[in-house]
Write a protein that binds this ligand. Structure first.
Ligand code: ZN
Length: 432
Protein backbone atom coordinates (compact mmCIF):
# COMPACT_ATOMS: atom_id res chain seq x y z
CA UNK A 1 0.00 0.00 0.00
CA UNK A 2 1.36 3.41 -0.97
CA UNK A 3 1.08 6.64 1.02
CA UNK A 4 -1.52 7.77 -1.52
CA UNK A 5 -3.54 4.57 -0.98
CA UNK A 6 -3.62 5.33 2.74
CA UNK A 7 -4.64 8.94 2.21
CA UNK A 8 -7.37 7.82 -0.21
CA UNK A 9 -8.80 5.39 2.36
CA UNK A 10 -8.76 8.06 5.04
CA UNK A 11 -10.44 10.50 2.65
CA UNK A 12 -13.27 8.03 1.98
CA UNK A 13 -13.63 7.39 5.69
CA UNK A 14 -13.75 11.09 6.48
CA UNK A 15 -16.42 11.69 3.83
CA UNK A 16 -18.55 8.96 5.37
CA UNK A 17 -17.99 10.47 8.80
CA UNK A 18 -19.11 13.87 7.53
CA UNK A 19 -22.16 12.19 6.04
CA UNK A 20 -23.82 12.17 9.49
CA UNK A 21 -24.30 15.94 9.11
CA UNK A 22 -26.13 15.64 5.80
CA UNK A 23 -29.40 14.32 4.54
CA UNK A 24 -29.25 10.87 2.95
CA UNK A 25 -28.38 12.24 -0.49
CA UNK A 26 -24.91 13.62 0.23
CA UNK A 27 -23.14 10.40 -0.66
CA UNK A 28 -25.25 9.16 -3.52
CA UNK A 29 -23.07 6.38 -4.81
CA UNK A 30 -20.88 4.16 -2.72
CA UNK A 31 -19.06 1.02 -3.79
CA UNK A 32 -18.01 0.37 -0.23
CA UNK A 33 -15.67 -2.44 -1.09
CA UNK A 34 -13.84 -2.80 -4.34
CA UNK A 35 -16.10 -5.66 -5.32
CA UNK A 36 -16.12 -7.66 -8.51
CA UNK A 37 -19.53 -9.00 -8.00
CA UNK A 38 -22.49 -8.03 -5.89
CA UNK A 39 -23.50 -11.10 -3.93
CA UNK A 40 -26.09 -9.71 -1.56
CA UNK A 41 -28.98 -7.41 -2.19
CA UNK A 42 -29.78 -4.31 -0.19
CA UNK A 43 -33.04 -3.19 -1.63
CA UNK A 44 -35.87 -2.18 0.62
CA UNK A 45 -38.93 -2.82 -1.49
CA UNK A 46 -41.21 -1.47 1.22
CA UNK A 47 -39.51 1.91 1.37
CA UNK A 48 -39.95 3.14 -2.18
CA UNK A 49 -38.62 6.61 -1.36
CA UNK A 50 -35.25 5.46 -0.14
CA UNK A 51 -34.80 1.78 -0.94
CA UNK A 52 -31.02 1.88 -0.84
CA UNK A 53 -28.44 0.51 1.51
CA UNK A 54 -27.68 3.41 3.84
CA UNK A 55 -24.12 4.72 3.98
CA UNK A 56 -22.33 2.95 6.83
CA UNK A 57 -22.73 4.77 10.14
CA UNK A 58 -19.48 6.17 11.48
CA UNK A 59 -18.73 7.21 15.02
CA UNK A 60 -19.36 10.80 15.97
CA UNK A 61 -16.78 13.37 15.02
CA UNK A 62 -17.19 17.13 15.38
CA UNK A 63 -17.14 19.28 12.24
CA UNK A 64 -14.09 21.12 13.61
CA UNK A 65 -12.25 17.80 13.87
CA UNK A 66 -13.34 16.82 10.36
CA UNK A 67 -11.92 20.09 9.02
CA UNK A 68 -8.72 19.53 11.01
CA UNK A 69 -8.25 15.97 9.69
CA UNK A 70 -9.12 17.05 6.17
CA UNK A 71 -6.42 19.73 6.31
CA UNK A 72 -3.84 17.23 7.57
CA UNK A 73 -4.63 14.90 4.67
CA UNK A 74 -4.53 17.76 2.20
CA UNK A 75 -1.12 18.83 3.49
CA UNK A 76 0.14 15.28 3.04
CA UNK A 77 -1.20 15.08 -0.52
CA UNK A 78 0.43 18.39 -1.37
CA UNK A 79 3.76 16.98 -0.10
CA UNK A 80 3.23 13.83 -2.16
CA UNK A 81 2.52 15.84 -5.31
CA UNK A 82 6.11 17.06 -5.26
CA UNK A 83 7.38 13.47 -5.35
CA UNK A 84 5.02 11.96 -7.89
CA UNK A 85 4.61 11.91 -11.65
CA UNK A 86 2.31 10.42 -14.29
CA UNK A 87 -0.73 8.49 -13.14
CA UNK A 88 0.07 8.85 -9.45
CA UNK A 89 0.36 12.61 -9.74
CA UNK A 90 -3.04 12.79 -11.44
CA UNK A 91 -4.49 10.74 -8.60
CA UNK A 92 -2.91 13.07 -6.04
CA UNK A 93 -4.36 16.14 -7.77
CA UNK A 94 -7.80 14.47 -7.82
CA UNK A 95 -7.54 13.69 -4.10
CA UNK A 96 -6.39 17.24 -3.30
CA UNK A 97 -9.36 18.76 -5.12
CA UNK A 98 -11.76 16.39 -3.36
CA UNK A 99 -10.21 17.07 0.04
CA UNK A 100 -10.60 20.81 -0.50
CA UNK A 101 -14.22 20.15 -1.31
CA UNK A 102 -14.70 18.12 1.86
CA UNK A 103 -13.08 20.83 4.00
CA UNK A 104 -15.10 23.72 2.58
CA UNK A 105 -18.37 21.77 2.86
CA UNK A 106 -17.62 20.99 6.51
CA UNK A 107 -16.87 24.69 7.11
CA UNK A 108 -20.17 25.62 5.49
CA UNK A 109 -21.95 23.17 7.76
CA UNK A 110 -20.22 24.87 10.70
CA UNK A 111 -21.89 28.10 9.61
CA UNK A 112 -18.81 29.76 8.18
CA UNK A 113 -19.56 32.48 5.62
CA UNK A 114 -17.56 32.97 2.44
CA UNK A 115 -18.13 34.58 -0.96
CA UNK A 116 -19.96 32.44 -3.53
CA UNK A 117 -17.01 32.30 -5.93
CA UNK A 118 -14.64 31.27 -3.13
CA UNK A 119 -17.03 28.50 -2.14
CA UNK A 120 -17.46 27.08 -5.65
CA UNK A 121 -13.69 27.30 -6.32
CA UNK A 122 -13.06 25.07 -3.28
CA UNK A 123 -16.16 22.92 -3.54
CA UNK A 124 -16.17 22.19 -7.29
CA UNK A 125 -12.82 23.61 -8.44
CA UNK A 126 -14.86 25.96 -10.65
CA UNK A 127 -15.34 29.72 -10.74
CA UNK A 128 -18.08 31.03 -13.00
CA UNK A 129 -17.25 34.27 -14.83
CA UNK A 130 -19.21 37.47 -14.12
CA UNK A 131 -22.71 37.39 -15.56
CA UNK A 132 -23.27 39.07 -18.88
CA UNK A 133 -26.90 39.91 -19.49
CA UNK A 134 -26.60 40.34 -23.24
CA UNK A 135 -26.84 36.64 -24.21
CA UNK A 136 -29.86 36.10 -21.98
CA UNK A 137 -31.50 39.27 -23.27
CA UNK A 138 -31.00 38.08 -26.84
CA UNK A 139 -32.39 34.63 -25.96
CA UNK A 140 -35.48 36.31 -24.47
CA UNK A 141 -36.01 38.35 -27.62
CA UNK A 142 -35.62 35.29 -29.86
CA UNK A 143 -38.03 33.29 -27.73
CA UNK A 144 -40.50 36.13 -27.60
CA UNK A 145 -40.52 36.22 -31.41
CA UNK A 146 -40.92 32.44 -31.59
CA UNK A 147 -43.78 32.06 -29.11
CA UNK A 148 -46.99 33.55 -30.38
CA UNK A 149 -49.84 34.79 -28.23
CA UNK A 150 -50.49 37.63 -25.87
CA UNK A 151 -49.30 38.20 -22.33
CA UNK A 152 -45.84 38.39 -20.82
CA UNK A 153 -43.06 36.09 -22.01
CA UNK A 154 -43.37 34.09 -18.77
CA UNK A 155 -47.05 33.53 -19.44
CA UNK A 156 -46.39 32.46 -23.01
CA UNK A 157 -43.68 30.07 -21.81
CA UNK A 158 -46.22 28.64 -19.36
CA UNK A 159 -48.74 28.13 -22.17
CA UNK A 160 -46.08 26.51 -24.39
CA UNK A 161 -44.99 24.17 -21.60
CA UNK A 162 -48.58 23.04 -21.13
CA UNK A 163 -48.61 21.95 -24.77
CA UNK A 164 -45.36 20.03 -24.21
CA UNK A 165 -46.68 18.17 -21.18
CA UNK A 166 -46.66 14.42 -21.84
CA UNK A 167 -50.03 12.89 -20.96
CA UNK A 168 -49.54 10.50 -18.05
CA UNK A 169 -50.86 7.48 -19.95
CA UNK A 170 -48.42 8.15 -22.81
CA UNK A 171 -45.35 8.52 -20.60
CA UNK A 172 -44.35 4.82 -20.68
CA UNK A 173 -44.29 4.71 -24.50
CA UNK A 174 -42.29 7.97 -24.75
CA UNK A 175 -39.85 7.09 -21.99
CA UNK A 176 -39.30 3.50 -23.11
CA UNK A 177 -38.41 4.77 -26.57
CA UNK A 178 -36.07 7.51 -25.31
CA UNK A 179 -34.36 5.18 -22.82
CA UNK A 180 -33.74 2.58 -25.56
CA UNK A 181 -32.41 5.25 -27.92
CA UNK A 182 -29.88 6.55 -25.39
CA UNK A 183 -28.98 3.06 -24.22
CA UNK A 184 -27.94 2.30 -27.80
CA UNK A 185 -25.76 5.43 -27.74
CA UNK A 186 -23.95 4.10 -24.64
CA UNK A 187 -23.49 0.71 -26.32
CA UNK A 188 -22.25 2.22 -29.56
CA UNK A 189 -19.98 4.90 -28.16
CA UNK A 190 -18.91 3.82 -24.68
CA UNK A 191 -18.51 0.06 -24.90
CA UNK A 192 -21.46 -0.64 -22.60
CA UNK A 193 -22.95 -4.13 -22.90
CA UNK A 194 -26.39 -4.39 -24.43
CA UNK A 195 -27.54 -6.48 -21.45
CA UNK A 196 -27.08 -3.44 -19.19
CA UNK A 197 -30.31 -1.87 -20.46
CA UNK A 198 -32.06 -0.67 -17.29
CA UNK A 199 -35.53 -1.96 -16.45
CA UNK A 200 -37.99 0.90 -16.57
CA UNK A 201 -41.00 0.88 -14.25
CA UNK A 202 -43.82 3.29 -13.60
CA UNK A 203 -45.62 3.95 -10.34
CA UNK A 204 -47.94 6.37 -8.68
CA UNK A 205 -45.78 7.46 -5.77
CA UNK A 206 -48.13 10.22 -4.69
CA UNK A 207 -45.25 12.64 -4.00
CA UNK A 208 -42.88 14.89 -5.93
CA UNK A 209 -39.91 12.53 -6.32
CA UNK A 210 -39.14 12.29 -10.04
CA UNK A 211 -37.68 8.81 -9.98
CA UNK A 212 -36.02 6.20 -7.81
CA UNK A 213 -32.99 4.32 -9.13
CA UNK A 214 -32.11 0.92 -7.73
CA UNK A 215 -28.99 -1.15 -8.34
CA UNK A 216 -29.94 -4.81 -8.30
CA UNK A 217 -26.84 -6.56 -9.41
CA UNK A 218 -23.27 -5.88 -10.37
CA UNK A 219 -20.77 -8.12 -12.07
CA UNK A 220 -18.14 -5.78 -13.51
CA UNK A 221 -19.26 -5.46 -17.13
CA UNK A 222 -22.82 -6.43 -16.36
CA UNK A 223 -25.03 -4.20 -14.33
CA UNK A 224 -28.65 -4.73 -13.41
CA UNK A 225 -30.42 -1.47 -12.75
CA UNK A 226 -33.97 -0.39 -12.37
CA UNK A 227 -35.39 3.06 -12.88
CA UNK A 228 -38.77 3.77 -11.32
CA UNK A 229 -40.63 6.76 -12.69
CA UNK A 230 -43.23 8.61 -10.74
CA UNK A 231 -46.40 9.06 -12.78
CA UNK A 232 -47.53 11.82 -10.42
CA UNK A 233 -44.80 14.19 -11.60
CA UNK A 234 -45.17 16.14 -14.87
CA UNK A 235 -42.74 15.32 -17.69
CA UNK A 236 -42.31 17.53 -20.75
CA UNK A 237 -41.25 16.88 -24.32
CA UNK A 238 -38.55 19.57 -24.33
CA UNK A 239 -36.45 17.77 -21.76
CA UNK A 240 -37.66 14.17 -21.67
CA UNK A 241 -34.43 13.32 -23.50
CA UNK A 242 -32.57 14.67 -20.46
CA UNK A 243 -34.61 12.51 -18.12
CA UNK A 244 -33.65 9.50 -20.22
CA UNK A 245 -30.13 10.29 -21.50
CA UNK A 246 -28.86 12.35 -18.57
CA UNK A 247 -30.29 10.36 -15.68
CA UNK A 248 -29.89 6.90 -17.20
CA UNK A 249 -27.47 6.06 -19.98
CA UNK A 250 -25.05 7.41 -21.22
CA UNK A 251 -25.34 9.87 -18.31
CA UNK A 252 -25.39 9.01 -14.62
CA UNK A 253 -25.99 5.24 -14.91
CA UNK A 254 -23.06 4.81 -17.22
CA UNK A 255 -20.84 7.07 -15.14
CA UNK A 256 -21.52 5.06 -11.95
CA UNK A 257 -20.91 1.85 -13.84
CA UNK A 258 -17.59 3.04 -15.26
CA UNK A 259 -16.51 4.74 -12.04
CA UNK A 260 -16.94 1.46 -10.18
CA UNK A 261 -14.91 -0.31 -12.85
CA UNK A 262 -12.22 2.33 -12.38
CA UNK A 263 -12.20 1.71 -8.62
CA UNK A 264 -11.71 -2.01 -9.28
CA UNK A 265 -9.19 -1.68 -12.10
CA UNK A 266 -6.83 0.68 -10.29
CA UNK A 267 -7.71 -0.25 -6.71
CA UNK A 268 -8.69 3.36 -5.96
CA UNK A 269 -11.39 3.41 -3.26
CA UNK A 270 -12.02 7.14 -3.86
CA UNK A 271 -13.51 6.24 -7.26
CA UNK A 272 -16.09 4.04 -5.53
CA UNK A 273 -17.59 7.07 -3.87
CA UNK A 274 -19.63 9.90 -5.23
CA UNK A 275 -20.91 12.99 -3.57
CA UNK A 276 -21.21 16.72 -4.22
CA UNK A 277 -17.64 17.58 -5.20
CA UNK A 278 -15.62 18.18 -8.39
CA UNK A 279 -16.71 14.67 -9.43
CA UNK A 280 -20.37 15.66 -9.36
CA UNK A 281 -19.65 18.84 -11.34
CA UNK A 282 -18.04 16.60 -13.94
CA UNK A 283 -20.85 14.08 -14.09
CA UNK A 284 -23.57 16.69 -14.33
CA UNK A 285 -21.78 18.39 -17.22
CA UNK A 286 -20.85 15.04 -18.74
CA UNK A 287 -24.44 13.78 -18.56
CA UNK A 288 -25.84 16.95 -20.11
CA UNK A 289 -23.33 16.79 -22.93
CA UNK A 290 -24.17 13.17 -23.78
CA UNK A 291 -27.38 14.59 -25.25
CA UNK A 292 -25.34 16.94 -27.43
CA UNK A 293 -22.99 14.15 -28.47
CA UNK A 294 -25.82 11.74 -29.26
CA UNK A 295 -27.69 14.42 -31.21
CA UNK A 296 -24.78 16.24 -32.78
CA UNK A 297 -26.69 17.62 -35.76
CA UNK A 298 -30.03 19.50 -35.89
CA UNK A 299 -31.30 16.76 -38.23
CA UNK A 300 -30.69 14.02 -35.64
CA UNK A 301 -32.35 16.14 -32.97
CA UNK A 302 -35.35 16.64 -35.19
CA UNK A 303 -35.77 12.92 -35.93
CA UNK A 304 -35.81 12.02 -32.24
CA UNK A 305 -38.10 14.91 -31.30
CA UNK A 306 -40.57 13.99 -34.03
CA UNK A 307 -40.73 10.41 -32.81
CA UNK A 308 -41.26 11.47 -29.19
CA UNK A 309 -43.96 13.97 -30.19
CA UNK A 310 -45.68 11.21 -32.15
CA UNK A 311 -45.62 8.82 -29.19
CA UNK A 312 -46.95 11.53 -26.89
CA UNK A 313 -49.73 12.36 -29.35
CA UNK A 314 -48.61 16.01 -29.40
CA UNK A 315 -49.17 18.30 -32.39
CA UNK A 316 -45.89 18.60 -34.30
CA UNK A 317 -46.40 22.30 -34.90
CA UNK A 318 -45.00 22.83 -31.39
CA UNK A 319 -41.70 21.36 -32.58
CA UNK A 320 -40.86 24.53 -34.46
CA UNK A 321 -40.15 26.66 -31.40
CA UNK A 322 -38.25 23.93 -29.59
CA UNK A 323 -34.65 24.83 -30.63
CA UNK A 324 -35.19 28.47 -29.63
CA UNK A 325 -36.82 27.42 -26.36
CA UNK A 326 -33.91 25.12 -25.53
CA UNK A 327 -31.37 27.88 -26.26
CA UNK A 328 -33.33 30.14 -23.94
CA UNK A 329 -33.30 27.59 -21.09
CA UNK A 330 -29.50 27.29 -21.38
CA UNK A 331 -29.11 31.04 -21.00
CA UNK A 332 -31.77 31.18 -18.29
CA UNK A 333 -29.73 28.69 -16.26
CA UNK A 334 -26.83 31.14 -16.24
CA UNK A 335 -29.30 33.79 -15.08
CA UNK A 336 -30.25 31.45 -12.23
CA UNK A 337 -26.56 31.16 -11.38
CA UNK A 338 -26.43 34.95 -11.11
CA UNK A 339 -29.43 34.92 -8.76
CA UNK A 340 -27.81 32.19 -6.66
CA UNK A 341 -24.55 34.16 -6.44
CA UNK A 342 -26.15 37.53 -5.64
CA UNK A 343 -28.38 36.05 -2.94
CA UNK A 344 -25.48 34.10 -1.43
CA UNK A 345 -23.27 37.20 -1.34
CA UNK A 346 -26.06 39.26 0.19
CA UNK A 347 -25.99 41.71 -2.72
CA UNK A 348 -29.65 41.16 -3.55
CA UNK A 349 -32.70 40.74 -1.41
CA UNK A 350 -35.27 38.13 -2.32
CA UNK A 351 -37.40 40.90 -3.83
CA UNK A 352 -34.54 42.10 -6.06
CA UNK A 353 -33.83 38.54 -7.16
CA UNK A 354 -37.49 38.04 -8.08
CA UNK A 355 -37.47 41.27 -10.08
CA UNK A 356 -34.42 40.08 -12.02
CA UNK A 357 -36.09 36.70 -12.64
CA UNK A 358 -39.27 38.37 -13.87
CA UNK A 359 -37.32 40.65 -16.22
CA UNK A 360 -35.74 37.66 -17.97
CA UNK A 361 -38.69 35.24 -17.70
CA UNK A 362 -36.67 33.01 -15.35
CA UNK A 363 -38.61 30.42 -13.38
CA UNK A 364 -37.89 31.55 -9.81
CA UNK A 365 -39.36 28.38 -8.32
CA UNK A 366 -36.55 26.49 -10.01
CA UNK A 367 -33.99 28.61 -8.15
CA UNK A 368 -35.79 27.89 -4.86
CA UNK A 369 -35.94 24.17 -5.64
CA UNK A 370 -32.15 23.94 -5.59
CA UNK A 371 -31.58 26.35 -2.69
CA UNK A 372 -30.28 23.52 -0.47
CA UNK A 373 -27.75 22.36 -3.07
CA UNK A 374 -25.08 25.01 -2.53
CA UNK A 375 -23.51 26.14 -5.80
CA UNK A 376 -26.01 24.11 -7.86
CA UNK A 377 -25.95 26.27 -10.98
CA UNK A 378 -22.16 26.42 -11.07
CA UNK A 379 -21.81 22.65 -10.69
CA UNK A 380 -24.52 21.99 -13.29
CA UNK A 381 -24.79 24.82 -15.80
CA UNK A 382 -21.44 26.59 -15.80
CA UNK A 383 -19.67 23.21 -15.62
CA UNK A 384 -21.47 22.17 -18.82
CA UNK A 385 -20.01 25.16 -20.68
CA UNK A 386 -16.59 24.33 -19.25
CA UNK A 387 -16.71 20.70 -20.36
CA UNK A 388 -18.07 21.57 -23.82
CA UNK A 389 -15.10 23.89 -24.33
CA UNK A 390 -12.78 21.17 -23.07
CA UNK A 391 -14.20 18.58 -25.48
CA UNK A 392 -13.73 21.04 -28.32
CA UNK A 393 -10.11 21.57 -27.34
CA UNK A 394 -9.15 17.88 -27.11
CA UNK A 395 -11.67 16.16 -29.40
CA UNK A 396 -11.61 16.74 -33.14
CA UNK A 397 -14.74 14.70 -33.80
CA UNK A 398 -17.84 13.55 -31.93
CA UNK A 399 -16.24 10.12 -31.72
CA UNK A 400 -13.20 11.54 -29.95
CA UNK A 401 -15.42 13.48 -27.55
CA UNK A 402 -17.22 10.26 -26.60
CA UNK A 403 -13.79 8.73 -25.98
CA UNK A 404 -12.79 11.60 -23.65
CA UNK A 405 -16.05 11.32 -21.71
CA UNK A 406 -15.62 7.54 -21.39
CA UNK A 407 -12.06 7.93 -20.10
CA UNK A 408 -12.91 10.64 -17.58
CA UNK A 409 -15.81 8.58 -16.22
CA UNK A 410 -13.42 5.91 -14.98
CA UNK A 411 -10.23 7.77 -14.18
CA UNK A 412 -9.17 10.51 -11.80
CA UNK A 413 -8.92 13.99 -13.31
CA UNK A 414 -8.46 17.61 -12.35
CA UNK A 415 -11.61 19.71 -12.60
CA UNK A 416 -9.49 22.85 -12.36
CA UNK A 417 -7.40 21.50 -15.24
CA UNK A 418 -10.57 20.84 -17.22
CA UNK A 419 -11.72 24.38 -16.55
CA UNK A 420 -8.46 25.98 -17.70
CA UNK A 421 -7.83 23.34 -20.38
CA UNK A 422 -4.45 22.26 -18.95
CA UNK A 423 -5.46 18.69 -18.03
CA UNK A 424 -4.66 16.18 -20.75
CA UNK A 425 -7.52 13.63 -20.90
CA UNK A 426 -5.18 10.99 -22.33
CA UNK A 427 -2.42 11.46 -19.74
CA UNK A 428 -3.71 8.87 -17.28
CA UNK A 429 -2.32 5.83 -19.06
CA UNK A 430 -4.42 2.88 -17.99
CA UNK A 431 -1.93 0.38 -19.45
CA UNK A 432 0.90 1.27 -17.07
ZN1 ZN B 1 -27.77 14.93 -12.99
Amino acid sequence: MSVLDRIAREYVDLVLTKHQYHDVWDVYWLADTIFWKREDMHVDRVNRHYPYKPAPAKSYMSLADIVYCGKLLLKEVEEQKKLLAGRELIRAVFLAEHLRSLIVKAKLLQGEKMPYDVFTAEMYALTAPPFSGSDLKKACEDLSAALPGTGSLSERIGAYKRELLIPCQKLPAVMDYAARFFHEMAVENMGIKNECMPRIRYWHYGNDIDFVTVLFGYDYDLISLEQNFNLDVPYYLDNIREVAGHELEPGHFTFMNLRTKGAIDYGYPELGLNLHAPSSAFIEAGARLTIELALDTPAKERVLDEKLFELAGTDKKYLESLPVYRSFTKQANLGKLEIERKLWDGEWTDVQAREFAAEYAIDYDDVLRFAKDAGHFTSHSYSTDVLRRYYDKYGRSTEEKWKIYTLLCQQPFSMKGIEDGSFDPFAFDARL
